[in-house]
Design a protein around this ligand. Structure first.
Ligand SMILES: [Mg+2]
Length: 354
């Protein structure tokens, strides 16, 4: 049976909430960030984006690009409240909701509480409900799977919607630039270009073997995505979710040289956690030996990890728990993940971020 998946993404969420609260700022470049030279942009209004401002950019850089931007300190208590309000709208339609962050979620509406046959109609009504109840706009993607729904929600942003019916999937993918595939970053994109691939259509020309040769296990996934295949279910169970990152080395490394790459992925993982505003209590370290054996260690703490230092320390302690006999091996990959997410008291969080 074909699934009907909707991906809902609030438009410039934190900045839009601030503009709603401060209507006199409409039309001005507004940046949500702690106004300190050491902090980063949490969100930028569409007006601010015209100057090249982006979330996760340093405030120092943002000030260079747009000196007259208006800074507003984040009010996560409020954003979380609005997020709950939006969540309860989703719940009127389906129980299969997988939030990706405060402002983004996948919904499986194949069957839904209102017995609406058309997923497009469900998405339209949800966007309307969101606007009526919060005065905020959301964009929606409607597609037979998560991969396509996520690309679609970005297609007509802001305040837009894009529907990819099953019969249009191949046509949609044909000329889609490869950087639109969620998860494809600068490095993978450069590799695609070196291999003379620019669009998903180009990707589809390559054999599964060739993609596996160039991209390892990710190659098999690319082979499927190129054909619009993504069997992942909408996971409504928060407990099972994990935010993780991993890196495969250019050449296998001895155990003694793993600290530096571990530190680097701890930083990367922390950036992701911060962006998603997810703070978990369980940390998992994954290593893969040169002979493809997987070694994992994990630890659950009583409190969520609130800072980069917490994540770094937990990671180092897990590395320390690798037995002596495994320390003589060579490793090809290192990964780090956080799970068991908690509702975080915002004041506690803000204290630890400052
Ligand atoms: Mg958003």
């Amino acid at each position: 049976m074909t699934r009907k998946i909707v991906h809902i993404d609030m438009d410039a969420f934190y900045a839009s909430v601030e503009l709603r609260e401060n209507p006199q700022l409409r039309g001005l470049p507004v940046v949500v960030a702690w106004d300190s030279i050491r902090s980063v942009v949490v969100a930028a209004s569409y007006e601010a984006r015209k100057y090249g401002l982006r979330s996760a950019m340093s405030v120092r850089r943002a000030r260079e690009l747009c000196p007259h931007a208006i800074y507003i300190a984040p009010n996560f208590m409020l954003y979380r409240e609005v997020s709950r309000q939006v969540r309860s709208i989703f719940q009127q339609y389906t129980d299969r909701i997988e939030p990706l962050s405060l402002d983004e979620a996948y919904l499986d509406v194949t069957t839904n509480h209102k017995n609406i046959a058309s997923a497009t109609e469900v998405a339209r009504r949800i966007r309307e409900d969101i606007f009526l109840q919060t005065s905020l706009t959301a964009s929606a993607g409607v597609a037979p799977n998560k991969f396509l729904a996520k690309i679609a929600s970005d297609w007509n942003k802001p305040n837009g919607m894009c529907v990819i019916p099953p019969s249009k999937v191949q046509l949609f993918l044909q000329d889609l630039p490869l950087e639109k595939i969620p998860g494809v970053g600068r490095v993978t994109l450069a590799k695609f270009h070196r291999l003379q691939m620019k669009t998903v259509g180009d990707l589809r020309q390559r054999s599964e073997w060739e993609l596996s040769y160039h991209f390892g296990r990710y190659g098999r996934r690319l082979y499927e995505l190129a054909r619009g295949i993504d069997l992942r279910e909408v996971d409504g169970n928060q407990e099972s979710q994990q935010v993780s990152t991993e890196t495969t080395f250019d050449r296998d490394l001895p155990f003694a040289q793993l600290s530096a790459p571990l530190d680097a992925i701890a930083q990367k993982l922390w950036d992701q956690l911060l962006r998603k505003r997810k703070f978990g209590r369980t940390v998992t370290l994954k290593l893969k030996t040169a002979s493809f054996r997987i070694v994992t260690r994990s630890q659950t703490y009583s409190n969520p990890l609130y800072s980069l230092d917490d994540v770094r320390q937990a990671a180092a302690m897990l590395l320390d728990r690798i037995e002596l006999e495994k320390r003589s091996m060579l490793y090809r990959l290192i990964g780090l993940g956080v799970s068991t997410f908690a509702e975080v008291a915002e004041d506690e969080l803000q204290m630890s971020l400052l």
